[in-house]
Design a protein around this ligand. Structure first.
Ligand code: IZC
Ligand code: ZN
Length: 423
């Protein structure tokens, strides 16, 4: 078989292969590594992977890009399953307030926070939103992320939610990074519906969500279930209707207060519940029963200086599958760098190197319903591959805050070479 790309002599390869569902609990660190390996790709797919000598059927000719990964480590492209990619403006003016001790939810209550980004997003044209988000996608790609999820939720009316989701669609078609789209109209109550939350929920359920589905602009529906935002009952109403309309479900659950969002995720069979800093043991049990993936976002705890992190070890002990994500957004976590999140997951949540790699690849792929296509290096999957300039996977979280990516291959094409975009 003729090969387009052959990566050889890798000191380690994290294949994350061999499990066709999310890896749960201790499975997250079983048998995901290979020493002294090679990977071959043709026509955008992985066509071979192994240890030691490369078999004859992997044919190399003058057109094959051969990458010598001696001393380097090869991973599946990172998957970032929770971002608020498309938005206008930025919120650096809130930094001083936060440093003075004003909380994230208090800033939102006063009309800032998410609502200030809603004003900026409504004021921005499709083209402006597109350029800004494309820049972030480039940064993600440079850091090894090859697929992301993107939530709407800064339009909060028909016109501006559709505008943001169209930007996601256009970016998915034009940018090398693949994007999975989530509708999150229930991100906050817009100012014009202040004191009329029920009317806003009705608008979402009766008008916006059916329209978004008809236009095929989102695969998932998400709700910010949090004190002072959407209650468990309101979240149940929105998500249950979303499920009837054919959306898969996600929920921002138990981030700041233990409201019971995790329990709701279990009850509704959501694909994932996200944040979970305040989750109770009962919430963990319900998630386990409902096969809900825990998407953890330690960058947010760090950036909001919340003084606590999600209980990853307890979740692993309980047999949950954990995925990691940046939560990239202009308020609570303005970073595109998944490698920093991986370091925080180790240092602050005591996840082990194998566990964080699994959580940022195969489990993250399952968290956006793409586990059959991406997230591991195995024959038949998309050739989304990163070559890291690290001698082993422990070095990745250990040497923190820098970019370890040497090369990125997306859909079988070299898109980052020597830390530079080449697409
Ligand atoms: O813009 O603050 N948590 N939504 C829920 C966010 C953070 C994004 C934001
Ligand atoms: Zn979020």
């Amino acid at each position: 078989m003729k090969t387009d790309i052959l990566i050889k002599n890798a000191s380690q390869i994290a294949t994350c292969a061999g499990c066709d569902r999310p890896r749960r609990g201790k499975e997250m660190s079983y048998d995901i590594m290979m020493e002294d390996g090679w990977v071959a790709a043709a026509a955008g797919r992985i066509v071979g992977i192994g240890k030691g000598d490369i078999p004859r059927e992997i044919r190399v000719d003058d057109d094959t890009l051969v990458i010598d990964a001696s001393g380097k480590t090869v991973l599946p492209g990172f998957v970032d399953p929770h971002t608020h990619l498309v938005h206008g403006g930025s919120r650096e003016m809130e930094l001083a307030l936060k440093l003075e001790g004003v909380s994230y939810l208090d800033i939102l209550k006063k009309g800032g926070g998410i609502l200030s980004t809603v004003r900026a997003t409504r004021a921005a044209s499709e083209d402006e939103l597109m350029k800004k988000a494309a820049k972030s996608l480039d940064i993600m790609l440079l850091h090894g992320t090859t697929t992301v999820e993107a939530k709407s939720g800064y339009g909060l009316n028909m016109e501006d939610e559709i505008k943001s989701l169209k930007v996601v669609k256009a970016l998915n078609e034009s940018h090398p990074v693949d994007i999975v789209s989530t509708f999150m109209g229930a991100h906050a109550v817009p100012t014009e519906y202040s004191g009329k939350k029920k009317e806003y929920i009705d608008l979402l359920i009766e008008e916006v969500m059916p329209c978004v589905k008809r236009m095929d602009l989102a695969e998932f529906c998400d709700v910010f279930c949090e004190k002072g935002v959407f209650s468990v009952e309101e979240s149940r109403k929105i998500l249950a209707r979303a499920r009837e309309m054919g959306y898969k479900l996600k929920i921002h659950a138990d981030e700041i207060e233990a409201l019971g969002g995790a329990e709701l995720a279990g009850e509704l069979g959501a694909v994932s519940a996200e944040h979970l800093l305040a989750v109770t043991n009962k919430g963990i049990r319900k998630m386990k029963q409902g096969n809900v993936i825990a998407v953890l976002l330690p960058g947010t705890s760090f950036n909001l200086d919340l003084g606590k992190y999600a209980r990853a070890r307890d979740m692993i002990e309980a047999g949950l599958a954990i995925a990691l994500a940046t939560d990239y957004n202009p308020g609570s976590c303005p970073t595109e760098n998944i490698q920093l999140i991986i370091s925080l997951a180790c240092l602050k949540m005591k996840m082990m190197p194998e566990e964080v790699v699994c959580a940022a690849t195969i489990n993250a792929a399952h968290a956006i319903h793409r586990g059959g296509e991406i997230g591991s290096l195995e024959v038949g999957k998309k050739a989304d591959i990163v070559v890291l300039d690290v001698p082993n996977i422990s070095y990745l979280p250990y040497h923190f805050g820098i970019n370890h990516v040497d090369k990125v291959i997306k859909n079988g094409r070299l898109v980052v070479d020597d830390q530079r975009l080449v697409y």
